[in-house]
Design a binder for this molecule. Structure first.
Ligand code: MN
Length: 407
């Protein structure tokens, strides 16, 4: 156990310094069933309940949900207390090396919604799938398009992802085939985690975003393009997406991203009042994402290029009176920028497999068994510092042995 003479200071350029302080849930080898709230500081984890003398029932929970439900005043209070014990040295003795803990899914996921908020992504996908039509559907510039995903298959970073099996119908085949997906892909996304709930029947205004949203994670929306292409008409994504969605083990509080707030791109269409954000605080976020495949960077999608903000998405998904629950997770949709190397999925990066990505061990049109995908990101912090988002990583495992028959 470290004692108090060790300085807790980190280099100014550390991605997980005092300006960051993301939350997670960890256990240790000597007590594998005892899940505790942690705050990442440098390459260590602070045992929050033991270090901070506040809200003991909330902070000794095995998930972030009670803290997330407690609301913005408590979030700020706990964050300030964590900073204080890290600054004055009282945290010494409550820090564990990151490589000696096991990280768990940090919150219990309530509902999961995935949006489609990048104009560049939606345009590229439209060009690939509908080469002779308008790339964007007529509704795209008027509302943030989304679908309800599967909350129960959201998994923490590091969880292996088994290649799904299902139906696909190549255009050359008269009938659908059954078997492992042959077009397994990723989607680099940012997830927003709801803390404070809202009442059924009461829409949540964009300006109330920071009262309800606790923080941000990185998210990989694994996608089987062949299953998706056959099943999605007319009700949208289903089994091509629901087999796994990976999230980072760390949830970065919104307060840590204050210096990263930017105005979203110019809107080309007038918006209805509940979505209009021209006279509101800037709600875009300058997050710089890197997508790595087997350790090799293949794309750098800029989150600042997203057309729809998370505040607009929150307003839209509650405008009909749908309520929010603690643990609701809504994701941005694939993050893609205007450049060829800013595309957040292989479908776009390889243009549906036509231009494979080059890796040292060969090329990839889509993912092979054994491939490991990692998303990382950072954001500008105060005074030239940087705020790192926790990584989300996952390795593709071969499909089930009996998955080829459909029996
Ligand atoms: Mn997605």
């Amino acid at each position: 156990m470290a004692d108090s003479q060790g300085p807790l200071d980190l280099p100014d350029d550390h991605l997980f310094g005092l300006g960051n302080l993301p939350y997670g849930v960890f256990s240790t080898a000597d007590a594998p069933d005892r899940r505790r709230l942690g705050v990442r500081y440098g390459d260590q984890v602070l045992d929050v309940a033991s270090a901070v003398d506040l809200h003991p029932r909330t902070l000794s929970a095995p998930t972030l949900n009670p803290l997330m439900a407690a609301g913005r005043t408590v979030w700020s209070e706990v964050r300030a207390a964590v900073r204080q014990v890290l600054t004055d040295g009282r945290a010494a003795g409550h820090l564990l090396p990151l490589d000696q803990v096991t990280l768990h899914l940090p919150f219990e996921v309530a509902d999961y919604v995935d949006f489609y908020a990048s104009e560049h992504h939606a345009t590229n996908v439209g060009r690939i799938f509908r080469p002779d039509g308008e790339p964007l559907t007529p509704n795209w510039k008027h509302l943030p398009i989304g679908y309800h995903g599967r909350a129960g298959t959201v998994v923490v970073s590091g969880t292996p992802v088994r290649r799904p099996v299902g139906q696909r119908k190549p255009p050359t085949e008269p009938a659908p085939l059954f078997g492992p997906s042959v077009r397994l892909d990723i989607e680099a996304e940012v997830g927003f985690v709801v803390g404070a709930p809202s009442a059924l029947g009461e829409p949540v205004d964009q300006d109330a975003f920071r009262d309800h949203v606790f923080g941000v994670c990185l998210l990989n929306d694994w996608s089987a393009r062949d299953l998706q292409a056959w099943e999605y008409v007319p009700l949208g994504p289903f089994l091509g997406k629901s087999f796994a969605t990976s999230v980072s083990a760390w949830v970065t509080p919104l307060e840590a991203l204050d210096a990263a707030r930017v105005r979203p791109p110019e809107r080309s269409h007038p918006l209805l009042p509940y979505l209009d954000d021209a006279d509101r605080e800037p709600a875009g976020l300058d997050l710089r994402i890197t997508v790595s495949l087997n350790g090799h960077p293949v794309a750098e999608p800029p989150f600042s290029a997203m057309y729809w903000t998370a505040a607009q998405q929150l307003a839209h998904m509650t405008v009909n009176g749908a309520s929010l629950r603690t643990g609701d997770l809504f994701a941005s949709g694939t993050v893609s920028g205007p450049g060829e190397h800013q595309r957040g999925c292989l479908l776009e990066l390889t243009w549906s497999g036509q231009n494979p990505v080059q890796l040292p061990d060969g090329e990839r049109a889509f993912l092979q068994d054994g491939d490991e995908v990692t998303l990382t990101a950072w954001a500008p912090g105060p005074d030239g510092s940087r705020v790192g988002l926790g990584e989300v990583t996952g390795r593709v495992e071969a499909a089930r042995q009996d998955g080829a028959s459909g029996s």
